[in-house]
Design a protein. Structure first.
Length: 122
């Protein structure tokens, strides 16, 4: 990510130095930056983003190492992509005609054919 969402550039070297010298300040800045990005998202997406960040934070806390956290978070992303109800499944539904079924909620309607020359006022 090269921007915090508000046009400010993220300086990787500065973040790395902070993480190596003052982990509590790094964590405070990380949380503040994440919250800032969430606050700039459309209001209807903010709750979902906060819940997702909570899940990510829980995975990080459960792991004994940063690499373990990275692997668990990567698995979360792959599950959202490839797992049940994931992006790939949804794309298959779209390409196989499932989109109209999903949008209609299983409801059906009678289709009335339109015949040229017949209608109101004729």
């Amino acid at each position: 990510m090269d921007s915090t969402g508000n046009g400010q550039r993220v300086d990787f070297d500065q973040w790395l130095k902070l993480a190596n010298t003052d982990m509590s300040a790094f964590e405070a800045l990380r949380r503040a930056t994440i919250n800032q990005v969430i606050e700039q998202a459309p209001e209807e997406q903010q709750d979902r983003l906060r819940r997702l960040q909570w899940r990510i934070d829980q995975e990080r806390r459960r792991c004994k190492s940063p690499m373990g956290a990275c692997i668990r978070i990567s698995r979360m992303m792959w599950d959202q992509m490839m797992g049940e109800g994931g992006l790939v499944e949804r794309l298959h539904e779209l390409t196989n005609g499932g989109f109209s079924d999903a949008m209609s909620g299983g409801r059906s309607a009678k289709v009335i054919p339109l015949v040229p020359g017949r209608g109101p006022g004729r």
